[in-house]
Structure formats: structure tokens, C-alpha cells
Design a protein around this ligand. Structure first.
Ligand code: PRP
Length: 209
């Protein structure tokens, strides 16, 4: 059995269709249930629904052989895994955003609200900019609206959340997309199975172009 961690939610459902189209289907997964583990003996796969930010943990620890995680999560937590394929879906970008009228003053410490503290720290260190990180777990856009931070470092997909809160993108840090990741030991010991999945998904990525 190949154990596969999928991010629960819209991205996971989309990515599951890519697995299914590659021959690794598990029809039971599409039913309306609260189950978290689904397997198909015939195709030899077992899928888990995992909180998106936890996928890399399951893969790093070998509870899952492979999984799908956003590049944002990989860069934030830097898990000891192999990143094996860009699935070119779940596309968005990591940005610095602020109120429209915000003007940076390099003489004062910049207050940065984010869920992605490591990405933010590395980005501002590369600019030599002194910052104060305010680590939040969600609704990051609220921080500059309430004057708690000067900027946010967060994911922007459609831009709607920023717009509806009077914020705008000031800088783009990096593009983000979903990646197939593999446990290092599984990549050695279940090599043929892992490579079959990679090849199948690679064809789906090509077909979706
Ligand atoms: C993410 C992100 C932004 C929003 C961006 O939040 O943190 O708030 O999506 O999407 P948009 O550009 O299409 O508006 P998420 O929905 O993951 O919730 P969160 O507030 O818990 O981070």
C-alpha cells in the first residue's frame, strides 16, 4: 500500500482527481462522510485527509509515503522530504501587503503580521530590513486594518480579501503552487510505486496545461 496524505479542502479534491485520472483512484473518497482514511486494494493506495499545513509532517515522519503540500508550507517549515513534482495547481503568491496609503519608513522597525514567520524573516533579512514579527494563525488582514501591524506577509490568490479590507499588494515574495512531496525512505524502498505515481501525475500536469 502506498500511503498518500492529501490536504483537506478544495485543493485536495482537485488534486485527488489528478491521482484518479492517473490510475490511482479510490471512489469511496468522494462520498459524503467524516472518514479520514480511504483505501483501494485494487490500485494499492491509501489516502488520508490531513490539515493542509500538516501534510509535510506526515510525510517527513513516514506516516505517509507521499503527499501534496503548498510551496508556502514547504518553505515555511522546511521539512526533511523530497519535493518531487510541481503540480501547477493551487496557484497563488506570497506577498507583502499593506493599507493603500502605507509608506515605508526604513528608519523604524517594520511590524509584520503573518502566519509565515520564517518566510517573512528570511525575506526581510535578505533586504537587511529590521522587523518585528507578529505571529497570527489566520485573518491576517485584520492586523494592519486595526493598526496592529504595518504590513502583512500572506498568500494572495484572487486578491479579494485584500481589496475588501482596503489593502493592496506592495511586493511579491514568490509564486506558490501545490507540490508532490515524498518521504526520503519511501523514495528508496517503495521507489517503483512512488515513480509510477510521479509519472502518472506528470502526465496529468502536461494534459492540464
Ligand atoms: C488565505 C489567505 C488570505 C486569503 C487570500 O486565507 O491567508 O486571507 O486566503 O485569498 P484571496 O486573495 O483569494 O482573497 P485562508 O482562507 O486560508 O484563511 P485564514 O484567514 O485562516 O488564513
Amino acid at each position: 500500500m502506498l500511503n498518500i496524505a492529501l490536504p483537506k479542502g478544495r485543493l485536495g479534491e482537485k488534486v485527488y482527481t489528478m491521482f484518479a485520472a492517473s490510475g490511482f483512484d479510490c471512489p469511496e473518497i468522494l462520498g459524503d462522510s467524516r472518514k479520514l482514511v480511504f483505501e483501494n486494494q485494487k490500485t494499492g493506495v491509501r489516502f488520508f485527509w490531513v490539515k493542509p499545513s500538516d501534510v509535510a509532517v506526515y510525510v517527513e515522519r513516514g506516516a505517509a509515503d507521499i503527499g501534496v503540500a503548498g510551496k508556502d508550507i514547504i518553505d515555511e517549515y522546511m521539512p526533511d522530504i523530497y519535493e518531487v513534482l510541481d503540480l501547477k495547481t493551487g496557484k497563488c503568491r506570497m506577498c507583502v501587503a499593506a493599507k493603500k496609503d502605507f509608506r515605508d519608513n526604513a528608519d523604524v522597525t517594520l511590524r509584520v503580521a503573518t502566519k509565515f514567520s520564517n518566510i517573512a524573516r528570511r525575506y526581510y533579512a535578505s533586504l537587511g530590513r529590521e522587523i518585528d514579527i507578529i505571529h497570527l494563525n489566520g485573518s491576517i488582514e485584520l492586523a494592519p486594518v486595526l493598526g496592529m501591524s504595518d504590513v502583512i506577509v500572506d498568500i494572495v490568490e484572487t486578491g479579494t480579501t485584500l481589496k475588501e479590507n482596503g489593502l493592496e499588494v506592495k511586493e511579491t515574495i514568490m509564486p506558490i503552487s501545490a507540490r508532490l512531496i515524498a518521504n526520503k525512505a519511501s523514495y528508496e524502498f517503495k521507489r517503483n510505486d512512488v515513480l509510477r505515481v510521479i509519472e502518472g501525475l506528470r502526465r496529468q500536469v502536461e494534459a492540464n496545461k
